[in-house]
Design a protein around this ligand. Structure first.
Ligand SMILES: *Cc1c(COP(=O)(O)O)cnc(C)c1O
Length: 302
């Protein structure tokens, strides 16, 4: 089974508060494909193969880690891939977008749709239209979360990780967190840090888990999905300088910001051992820097 190292973090605030923090470097699985997206695709690709499919179809925004991962992993496994992308205007300008360029270079065919159409993507008529356009396909939901994706994420934790009191992860759809919860030991607490606003997450996650040793920390979304401010950028640059660990601004940066803030506030008992999952997402930095530059905000060091 695919395993990555846990890296011990050595910054003063941890010592001062009597806690230990390790980061599981799932970002090392691949330089561009997010670690958790890889895990989420594993059993879905096997299922698609078993069912005789040759094409994968999925959905995403222009900077989506899931789109990049589906293109790359799909190509590796011998599938055609189709990405239904939010935003008609990208039809003419997608080559300026690093995520879409990467996906295209790994064989993904795009279908750009308006934001209104995108909102209806789960409805029968929309899917039927796609089938008449592209033929049969194996459908991966937006963000890649379904039961098989959760099963893949159950493989993130190893036996050795039972030594930790807390396991922390960022949350988008919650599939990754659900896998961690299912794989956690009863004495562990799993903390999820949503990268977006949304009361639906708790219920979505509950659908995939059978345990109660988890909690969502909802104070660190920075205003919503992909919203970033100067304090977050500064934190990410500083963290990289001190630990040599690059964080992405959409997910892992927000989680580590929140985690460090909680450490400083005494949230964790002295002696606690904390494991934070670095789920990857680093391919999004280039696109985010272009946006930050346009807004005259500080940019992320790469
Ligand atoms: C997609 C993603 C997440 C969120 O995963 P979910 O399973 O949707 O909660 C977290 N981190 C990174 C880097 C991601 O790309």
């Amino acid at each position: 089974m695919l395993q990555v190292p846990n890296q011990k973090i050595d910054v003063p605030i941890l010592n001062e508060n009597g806690v230990e923090l390790y980061v599981k470097r799932e970002d090392k699985i691949h330089p561009i494909v997010s670690g958790n997206k890889y895990r989420k695709l594993k059993y879905n690709l096997l299922e698609a193969k078993d069912a005789g499919h040759s094409t994968l179809l999925t959905f995403g925004g222009a900077y989506s880690n899931h789109i990049a991962a589906t293109a790359f992993a799909g190509e590796n496994a011998g599938f055609q891939t189709i990405g239904v992308i939010r935003g008609e205007e990208l039809e003419d300008s997608w080559e300026a977008n690093p995520t879409l360029r990467f996906a295209h270079s790994h064989g993904m065919q795009f279908h750009f749709v308006s934001r209104e159409a995108y909102r209806q993507k789960e409805e029968g008529d929309f899917i039927q239209d796609l089938k008449s356009k592209f033929g049969a396909f194996y459908l991966l939901p937006e963000g890649g979360t379904n039961r098989l994706a959760v099963k893949g994420c159950e493989e993130i934790l190893t036996e050795n990780d039972a030594q930790f009191d807390y396991v922390c992860s960022c949350v988008g759809t919650g599939g990754t967190l659900a896998g961690l919860i299912n794989a956690s030991a009863p004495h562990q607490t799993v903390l999820g840090f949503p990268a977006l606003k949304g009361d639906f997450l708790k219920e979505d996650i509950s659908n995939f888990v059978r345990k109660w040793n988890w909690k969502l920390i909802t104070d660190y979304h920075f205003g919503g999905y992909a919203k970033v401010d100067a304090s977050l950028v500064t934190f990410i640059n500083d963290f990289k300088q001190k630990t040599n660990i690059p964080l992405d601004p959409i997910y892992t940066g927000k989680m580590l910001f929140g985690l460090m803030d909680l450490v400083g506030k005494g949230f964790f008992d002295k002696g606690s051992k904390i494991l934070a999952i670095h789920s990857g997402g680093l391919q999004g930095i280039e696109g985010m820097n272009a946006i930050l530059k346009r807004k005259n905000l500080p940019t992320l060091n790469v």
